[in-house]
Every structure is written in structure tokens, then in C-alpha cells.
Design a protein around this ligand. Sequence first.
Ligand code: PSV
Ligand code: MN
Length: 386
Amino acid sequence: MLSFSDVADTLSGLGIEVPSWAYGNSGTRFKVFPQPGTPRDPKEKIADAAQVHRVTGLAPLVALHIPWDQVDDFAELSQYAQDLGVRLGTINSNTFQDPDYKFGSLCHLDPKVRAKAVRHNLDCVEIMGQTGSRDLKIWLADGTNYPGQDDIRARQERLAESLAEIYAALGPDQRLVLEYKFFEPAFYHTDVPDWGTSLIQCQALGPKAMVCLDTGHHAPGTNIEFIVAQLLRLGRLGSFDFNSRFYADDDLMVGAADPFQLFRILVEVVRGGGYPNPEVALMLDQCHNIEKHIEGQIRSVLNVQEMLARALLLDRTALSQAQTAGDVLAANAIYMDAFFTDVREDLADLRVSRGLPGDPVAAFKGSGYQDRIEAERIGGVQASWN
Ligand code: PSV
Ligand code: MN
């Protein structure tokens, strides 16, 4: 049996990247409910993200979405983040809101639209140079709604060509991570629907192209931990977008719907050398439609920490012995013992020993930050889904 003290040091290395867009207003296609205190510009989003790191010590990086977070001076924005104790992370390129992208972006039939989408990604690579970011994350809304609407095979070829142009612009320490999603906003076919398609495109590009696994982008019942194992085996798991998918949305809080699934995923991450490992970015991709943004983010990074602690507590020696002996139920019991270990008090003690609040949510609530931003940030709307 492992005890918490055996894993505390390993656990202390955890750093989760939080998305700037989690702090903005969001909603569904039915309604965006604005919240008081919502950031009005990228700096205010970064300031909110810094609060998550301040009370948890778990969120040192903030991912940007371009053009939502477009500013004139990214070096200055980067300095601003550092002054608040965080750094800028992954640059997410947005080629899904401009009217030109109605029928897609990197896969579009029209070479002029493809060139525009490629150009936007090249601009993102330039921004990465100024922010010191390593990863360009590409998620495409490309796809079709009706059989016959476009040539689905030709779209793959166009995708490969567009991605190759972007890949060629990467610096030696930069990477392209290609995210897949099995449906939405296109509903008949999606151009990068699954990890296989992403992997094939990445392998054609070269070693700096990696797959991004967004946990919400799978059909119900999909064994996501198997995909994790496979991608780690192949050295192509570049990043996670963590969230929960209850049925048709991919933006709810990680670990909220199914903490056991998150545990199983993290078991495979640890098993495959994905943690501790800076090559695998652990990122949240979430929105908080009805709950408060900053508290929602705090709860989310704590959920990841809690399930990672339990995954590290899995007694792999005993598990391997039970597996070798063919003792199915003993192996399963060892696995479940780790999952059912309550680590909440140990985690609170660990935080206190590192000079952090034992209860980050209470510490944030007691800080008065939320009241302050609700009073100060009047008017203005940050760029996002609005
Ligand atoms: C798409 O659903 C996605 O998961 C992509 O990562 C986007 O960049 C993000 O959500 C925000 O729209
Ligand atoms: Mn995502």
C-alpha cells in the first residue's frame, strides 16, 4: 500500500493551464447569461486567472485564444502576466467565427479562404514568439452538414496542405497540437473527428505535431483512457483539454460528471509517462455558463489534483503481481482501492505546508476579489461567443 507521503513530492509538480475564455461570459446557442464582474479585456482575464493560481498554486499558465485575446503588444501582455505570478501558455487559433469560414477554414474549397485561415495561424505563431509560448493549438469547426455537400476526401488533402504550411513556420522549440472533435458545429461529418485522423495528419507533418485530446470530444461510452495509452505509447499526446461532457456540450467542469473517468485517464497518463512530463500539457478547456467563473476554475484544478493524487496512489507493484497471477478480482480491487482513497485532508495539509490556503475556495471567497470586480467592471464586453 502506498501512502500519501510517498506521492506528495511528485504531486507538487502539478501545473495546469487555464483558458482565458473561462473567465468571459459564455452560454449555449439558446442564451448567454452575462455575469457581473466579467473581464472587459485580456488583461482582466489574466488577472482573474492569477487568482486561481494564487489560492491553489496549481495554475501557473494562461492559454490565449486569438483573436479573442488580440492586443497590440503581446510582450507587454506577457510581462503583465508575469507581474501577477503567471505566464502565457498555449495560443489557440480561432478560425471559426469570421463569416468567410461558413464552409470551413483550412479545408475550405476556396483557396483564398484557406490562405486566410493559414495566414491567421501564421500570425498566431508570430504571437507565440512574443509571448514565449510553445504550443499552437488548432481546433477546426470544419466539416459538412449534408452528404454530398463537399468532397470529404478532398477536404483531407486540403487540410494536409494547409497544416504543412503552418508547420513549416514553427520554430525549433514550438509545436502544433491538433485537436479533434467528433461533431459540432458540423453534424454530418467533421474534418478532424477523431484521434486517428489527428494522428495521421500529425505523423505526416513531423515530430513537432502532436494530438490534443479534449475529454469532452468523444461519443458517450468511449474508453478515453485507451486513447491516452495509445497516444502516449506513440509519443504523440501533446496536450489535454480537460472538461466534462454530460451529453452534448464539452465545456462543463472537469471531474464533475464522472470523477472515476478522470481517475482512469490520469492512471494511464502516469502509466505512460505523461506525468510528470512537460511534453504533455494539462489544460482546462471550459466555460462557466451558470456558476461563477473564478470559483469554477478553482474547483476544476482541485478536481484534477485530487484525481491525480489518487492515480499516483495506485500500487502498481501489487497490481502487476495480481495481473501476472491472473487474479482478475484482486487486480480490480487494487485499482478501486486507489480510486476510493479520500485524499482531501492530505491535500489540504500539503497546501498549508506549501504556504497556500488549506481551503482555496474559502480563501478566494474571503479575499473580497469577486466583490471588487463586480463593483469595478461596469460595462464593456470581452470578445468571445457574444
Ligand atoms: C471546441 O469545442 C473547443 O474544444 C476548442 O478547443 C476551442 O478552441 C474551444 O472549444 C473554445 O471554443
Ligand atoms: Mn477544446
